[in-house]
Design a protein around this ligand. Structure first.
Ligand code: FAD
Length: 397
């Protein structure tokens, strides 16, 4: 069939993980034969969407041409994988290609399950229903915050794993700041309705966030799982975890973090674990059953918080162990679960949470990172985007 091919290394997904791995491999291998399969013409720096929703940047600041980040010498297959045949070392694509490989890296990210909340898919982007989790809707978040004239502002967090566990609440703190500045906070209610039972999984940072919530007078509704939105009526329906009771809350604006899961084509593939994620060894990032397959990033079953910062530490491990495997050597590079969440707690304030598989702090700076700091906010606003585009995606960092 036209377009069929074979490559030494095939990378599925040209997002944060796929491009970082490709760039590092190109620097490491003498004659790399690499293909990246990626359907999107654009590449997004998604961590910026928190600040876009908060009115700090226009959304186009987060967008670049994918073509500019495919490393020189790497083949870009502009197509989407639909099926894996790991016993035949083959992937099949939407446009009918069969692509063979010696080694495979799987990094297609996480899937946003909008339709798991009734009314959300149709409703998001209008009637005060917004979400930072999609490029198409992120600017509507700022629109909702800017035009809030008082009342109730809800911010939700689902029961599923999400990318950047802190993002559902970061936007709330930016919104609260704006409401105060605009003089509409008095008499208004700002509430965080979360399906889980605490504000953050790591105690050290949770303590700081509890202080932020108390200082701001934000209401927390833990054990509240969003199951429906009624945009016309401006009502949100939650199921209480435990009792299963339904609670209906009226809102004037609602920021929704949708449920997420592994992409469907991963779930139904032989590469998936029982929960649908790419089944890899948590230290070597090599597939549990197929030794010539590696996985990283949001689609993998690594038991850590799904972030780009985690990918930065995973990518060198994948590259190191893949190159060892190419030489017939055992994998020696190890990933310790490092992840980082820059918790924006307001305009000009940030707690830089960094931790590992044991939820033990793994902090970079020689000061107490559990405190809110302006310097860390400036790092997120200016430093990290530059490091991403010029360092990480070029295989330099
Ligand atoms: P992605 O970067 O999402 O890339 C996946 C790629 O796979 C995409 O390009 C997609 O088009 C492609 N793909 C999908 N399906 C297929 C297919 N069938 N075939 C081939 N390719 C396919 N991280 C941080 O570190 N710090 C933060 O502050 C932070 N904040 C965030 C805030 C928000 C609002 C969001 C949405 C994310 C945030 N993140 C943050 C998370 C970070 O963006 C992700 O963890 C990171 O991008 C994961 O990289 P990935 O390569 O696994 O997935």
């Amino acid at each position: 069939m036209a377009g069929d091919s074979h490559h030494g290394i095939v990378i599925v997904g040209g997002g944060t993980a796929g491009i970082t791995v490709a760039a590092r491999l190109v620097r490491k291998l003498k004659r790399p034969d690499i293909a990246v399969i990626e359907p999107s013409a654009k590449h997004y720096y998604q961590p910026l969407w928190t600040l876009v929703g908060g009115g700090v940047f226009p959304k186009r600041a987060s967008e670049r041409e994918e073509a500019d980040f495919i490393p020189k010498g790497v083949t870009w297959v502009r197509d989407a994988v639909t099926e894996f045949r790991p016993d035949e070392n083959l992937v099949l694509t939407r446009d009918g290609r069969e692509i063979g490989y010696d080694f495979l890296v799987v990094a297609p990210g996480i899937q946003l399950d909008w339709s798991k909340v009734e009314g959300l898919k149709e409703g998001v982007g209008s009637h005060g229903v917004c979400s930072n989790y999609d490029y198409r809707t992120v600017d509507y978040t700022w629109e909702c915050i800017r035009s809030f004239r008082g009342g109730t502002a809800l911010f939700t967090n689902p029961s599923t794993p999400v990318k950047c566990g802190g993002a559902p609440q970061k936007i709330m703190y930016l919104a609260d700041d704006h409401f105060r500045k605009a003089g509409v906070r008095g008499g208004s209610k700002v509430a965080f309705a979360s399906a889980v039972g605490s504000i953050f999984a790591v105690e050290r940072y949770a303590r700081t966030l509890e202080g932020v919530i108390a200082r701001r007078g934000i209401e927390t509704l833990f054990g509240h799982d969003l199951i429906a939105v009624r945009p016309e009526a401006k009502e949100a329906v939650f199921r209480r975890t435990g009792s299963g009771d339904e609670v209906v809350l009226a809102y004037d604006m609602i920021h929704v973090t949708p449920p997420m899961s592994a992409p469907d084509f991963i779930k139904r593939s032989p590469l998936a674990d029982d929960s649908g994620w790419v089944d890899v060894d948590k230290h070597t990032l090599r597939h549990a059953r197929y030794p010539n397959v590696f996985g990283l990033g949001d689609a993998s079953n690594l038991p850590t918080s799904k972030t780009g910062a985690a990918v930065r530490k995973q990518a060198p491990v994948v590259v190191g162990n893949l190159v060892s495997a190419m030489r017939g050597e055992p994998p020696v590079a190890r990933y310790d679960g490092y992840t980082s969440c820059p918790l924006v707690t307001g305009h000009g304030r940030l707690v830089l949470a960094e931790f590992d598989y044991d939820k033990a702090p793994a902090e970079t700076f020689p000061f107490d990172q559990s405190r809110e700091r302006r310097s860390m906010y400036l790092l997120k606003k200016y430093g990290l985007p530059a490091l991403y585009w010029h360092g990480m995606l070029r295989g330099r960092l």
